[in-house]
Design a protein around this ligand. Sequence first.
Ligand code: PLP
Length: 446
Amino acid sequence: LSRRFEEEIGAKSPLSLAIKDNPERALIAPTHLDRYVFPSQFPMIIEEAKGSRVRDIDGNDYIDLSCGYGPHILGYAPEVAVEAIQKAAAKGAVNAMGNRAELDLAELISDAFDPLTNVVLCNSGTESVQVALRIARAATRRDKVAKFEGHYHGFTDQGTVSSWFVFSGEKYKPRPINSAGAQRAVTDRTVLLQYGHPSAIESITEHAEELAAVIIEPMPGATLDYDTPFLEQLRKVCTDNGIVLIFDEVVTGFRVHFGGAQHLAGVRPDLTCLGKIIGGGLPCGAVVGRPEIMEFGRTTGDPFRDVDERAFVGGTMSGNSITTSAGLAVLEYLGRHTDIYTDLDANTRRLIGDLKATTDERGIACKIKGSHSMFNIAFDYASPKLVRDKIAGTNIKASIALAYYMRPHGVYFPELHGLFLNAAHTTADLDHIAEAFGKCVGEMEE
Ligand code: PLP
């Protein structure tokens, strides 16, 4: 593994560093790596996780900055969720009817985002996007969808259209389609836009008569800021042309604010996609939005009537009582403790400040950016206008190397992904992360 790391990343392997510093700390030990597809090149296998920490199967503890890619805003296994899950499991989990937590969760989500509307619950962020787009197509009787380059909306065929940037030669570049096997008949029905750029508005106007929806991450994972004037322009062009504006708040919903990024930006979409946090750590998704559009996604009543008007939405596990009880418990907790959002924002800014102090001191070209519990670290960062050029300019190998160099220092950074703080990260955790970062940057320079 060390050799592979050195060949692929072009840096001395932190795996061998770890072994040199502390031979008991084998960072990766599973013998069954070839039996399963891992999202990581050098996976860590977790035995248990609690609060801000994860412990791998070799007994090593790490302060975790992945938060499971976002769901764990209260940290891992918060008592409110564990208790709710245990109670729901003991009462019988999946029925083909309905359960109280499902109704209460739908009501809470609707109150937070679009009071008096319908909510569709499903099992993931990917499903929520699929559902929202189908509802938009049913409501408008149009077929095409416009999306933004580099915005990730899950792994459906249409979701794979330029959803992230990939290595190409020495550069990190956008790709028209990010997956083999995606159906061209579907991906071809997608109009690609540039975030924050006037060409996006022009392109929407040009394709207006064919466009069912424009979908956007209002606070994109790649840049982590929102552009209110741009979102307002988007709102206007969609309203003027009868296009459904969809905000994908799978990450940002209940994370950056109880009412999501749309609350911070002050711009309302027609539909909002949610996921991650709303399942209290279990698989969940939801679509919420304006009643006159959500009406086209109604699943109640006779599913065999109105098939020409209504979008069909299914899911055996959707709204199951274990997931909805966990989600409800976490969201109710967040609703009672909204100071968590202020603290998370302050902690994020403080940590970013500490990390920047290290890179400034050493004169390293590095942009560390974020707020509201989310941040990114990009080496060799320039500040051109288009998002694609910003990302193309970053030294992604250095970011990947950093993720692995942090491990021997007891910190887990997800590679190729933004970093998240949660409410369980303590001041001591933040200090440890900043100190470990300082050491790693030194080791990487060597
Ligand atoms: N939308 C956004 C913005 C996401 O970041 C993700 C996942 O990371 C998704 C959709 C897909 O969600 P899931 O992984 O739950 O299917």
